[in-house]
Design a protein around this ligand. Structure first.
Ligand SMILES: NC(=O)c1ccc[n+]([C@@H]2O[C@H](COP(=O)([O-])OP(=O)(O)OC[C@H]3O[C@@H](n4cnc5c(N)ncnc54)[C@H](O)[C@@H]3O)[C@@H](O)[C@H]2O)c1
Length: 250
């Protein structure tokens, strides 16, 4: 158990890419921190069978973040069930890595579609639910690749950099008229999930050798950052990028 506080007391939360990896850990952490309801959304909810039944405050929502109609249905459902949304965590993301001269247009389109357009569409769909109370916290999971780039990740880096600039714009736009709607990013380094387990062993060893703290991060390290930014403890923080990377990018 990571979130021992009651920082999410009574909050209504949406997490995307929630079935496994970071999204699962984030959803569990928000639920354990007292959220009234966590809508755990994923295009493939099957991996959530392993943990969902442990929580009576988490609802599984099979959903593609690129499907505008599904997002509208979710918004209408949350409006009917709770009349507001307090926390949105844009976590769903994919990789289709290739060197620049090998990357296909399909690789580019798929990654930009899910990682950037999906964040835009989801936030646009959920925003009216935050505007009802003129408050809320949007936390989007970017990456250090979005700030510093990486070999073979033109598409991924562009998508994650786009999430950061979009977030900074939202921080200004969504606070107009005295609204307390905040938008922040987390930029994880190398965290131990299926996404990093797909990296070849020798590449992974080289990556770890570059991390000052000497090991991969744990999903809980990211979830704790999300919990903080989502909570009222971070009520004066907006438009920021919190790097959680063991000191990799300084
Ligand atoms: N693991 C890392 O080291 C790392 C580092 C930096 C950033 N990130 C970012 O953190 C986020 C989570 O990464 P992870 O390692 O847990 O990945 P993961 O592959 O383990 O999980 C991603 C989840 O997103 C879901 N998903 C994919 N496309 C979707 C769509 N169109 N609609 C809804 N759900 C969809 C998948 O089904 C999966 O459950 C991603 O945005 C990733 O880019 C991860």
């Amino acid at each position: 158990m990571t979130g021992t506080s009651r920082d999410m007391h009574n909050n209504i939360c949406v997490v995307t890419g929630a079935a496994r990896g970071l999204g699962r850990c984030i959803s569990e952490t928000l639920a354990q921190a007292g959220a009234a309801r966590v809508y755990a959304c994923d295009i493939d909810m099957a991996p959530a069978d392993a943990w969902l039944s442990e929580y009576d405050n988490v609802t599984a929502v099979p959903l593609d973040v690129c499907d505008s109609e599904a997002l509208s249905r979710l918004s209408a459902r949350i409006l009917a069930e709770h009349g507001r949304l307090d926390v949105l965590v844009n976590n769903a993301g994919i990789t289709r890595d290739a060197l620049l001269d090998k990357m296909t247009e399909a690789d580019w389109d798929q990654v930009l579609n899910v990682n950037l357009k999906g964040v835009f569409l989801m936030t646009q769909a959920m925003l009216p639910l935050m505007k009802l109370n003129q408050s809320g916290s949007i936390v989007s999971i970017s990456s250090i690749v979005g700030t510093d780039g990486n070999i073979g990740q033109s598409n991924y880096g562009a998508s994650k950099g786009g999430v950061i600039s979009m977030t900074k714009g939202w921080a200004k736009e969504l606070a107009r008229g005295g609204a307390q709607i905040r938008a922040n990013c987390i930029a994880p380094g190398f965290i131990n999930t299926e996404m990093t387990q797909a990296v070849p062993e020798r590449v992974l060893e080289k990556m770890i050798a570059r991390i000052p703290l000497g090991h991969l991060g744990d999903p809980a390290d990211i979830a704790e950052g999300v919990l903080f930014l989502a909570s009222q403890r971070a009520r004066y923080i907006t438009g920021q990028v919190l790097k959680i990377d063991g000191g990799l990018v300084l």
